[in-house]
Design a protein around this ligand. Structure first.
Ligand code: NAP
Length: 314
């Protein structure tokens, strides 16, 4: 698969990334089975063999199980670690952590970030995380304290590069002003069903500051494909059926599938959006990879934008 640099870093990623959120087959760690873990490892290895070289994870994905499964795959295929970018996220704390009654919340205190990162390293079974992201903005985040945590992690060679996720552009600017190192990626939800990043300044900022946008749920968690097994609450209101006729028309004309066109639509944007594929099905992981071969025309791109907006452009 073609590769691109991540922001101003020395890291390179395949044009599509692989997402580990669903690797355990459940969000409840008590329900994870040996078969589920094996299927998760198979999905990672299929993605690697299909050319994906960025693996996106987070400490909260199945409460650490997704990082453990990725770690087990790294052990199973020894050359994998050297050939891929390992990305993970921290800064969200589940309810009951550290004591009963504590609410689910965000925590960018230096103490929590350093500890969370060290625990991710342990679960992944690696020495250094290539790319560490703040998962969702902490209302109480102090940019100076975050910068201090980042410097500590970088100086200890526990993390190479940093990024953010689900930030407002202004908050990214505030954090960057405090950080001695560049923030190289911004991970946000982008798909034909979720267009905000095109108009809220997120992608403009990525272009200006050479930050690579990573698109989570690029198929609207499966709604644009064969259906979604698990949706986030905010995704339950999506109605992608309204743009299926336009998507299917382009897919028919190009001799490919709806999901390949939906991914190619993201790839055409000049900010070099990097979609994160979330399927655990080997055939679908391979099918998604073919999107990098499809270059849509401007006319096709706008046809799909207009269908997704549900109204003509002004
Ligand atoms: N930063 C954040 O806040 C955040 C939030 C959410 C996700 N993420 C990241 O983004 C990644 C991707 O998110 P996502 O899983 O919602 O992405 P997605 O690719 O939009 O959706 C994947 C889901 O779609 C289903 N699907 C149905 N038909 C499909 C088809 N034809 N091709 C591919 N998938 C199809 C998959 O099921 P099968 O497995 O059965 O194929 C899977 O359940 C995550 O793994 C995670 O790394 C980040």
């Amino acid at each position: 698969m073609q590769t691109i640099p991540l922001g101003v870093s020395s890291l390179h990623s395949s044009r599509l990334a692989y997402g580990c959120w669903r690797l355990a087959g459940t969000w409840n760690p008590a329900e994870v089975t040996a078969e589920g873990r094996a299927a998760g490892r198979r999905a990672v290895i299929t993605a690697y063999e299909a050319g994906y070289t960025l693996f996106d994870n987070a400490d909260i994905y199945c409460q650490g199980e997704a990082e453990r499964i990725l770690g087990a795959a790294l052990k199973e295929v020894p050359e994998l670690r050297q050939r891929v970018v390992i990305a993970t996220k921290g800064g969200i704390r589940p309810a009951g952590d550290p004591q009963a009654g504590a609410p689910a919340r965000y925590d960018f205190s230096a103490q929590h970030l350093v500890r969370a990162c060290e625990q991710s390293l342990q679960r992944l079974g690696i020495e250094t995380i290539d790319l560490y992201m703040l998962h969702r903005p902490d209302y109480l985040a102090d940019p100076t304290e975050v910068a201090q945590a980042f410097s500590q992690l970088k100086d200890a060679a526990k993390v190479c590069y940093f990024g953010v996720s689900n930030f407002r552009p202004t908050l990214l600017t505030a954090l960057q002003a405090a950080c001695p190192m560049p923030l190289v990626v911004h991970q946000v939800e982008i798909s034909l069903a979720k267009l905000d990043a095109f108009t809220d300044g997120t992608l403009d900022q990525c272009l200006v500051e050479n930050i690579t946008p990573l698109a989570w749920s690029p198929l609207a968690a499966g709604l644009i494909g064969a259906g979604a097994s698990r949706l986030l609450p905010s995704q339950k209101a999506y109605r992608p059926e309204k743009f299926f006729p336009a998507l299917d028309a382009v897919a028919r004309a190009r001799g490919t599938s709806r999901i390949v066109v939906a991914l190619a639509w993201l790839l055409l944007h000049p900010s070099k959006i990097l979609p994160i594929i979330g399927s655990t099905n080997p055939d679908r992981i391979q099918e998604a990879a073919t999107a990098v071969e499809l270059e849509l025309t401007r006319e096709e791109w706008y046809q799909l934008l207009i269908a997704a907006r549900g109204e003509p452009l002004p």
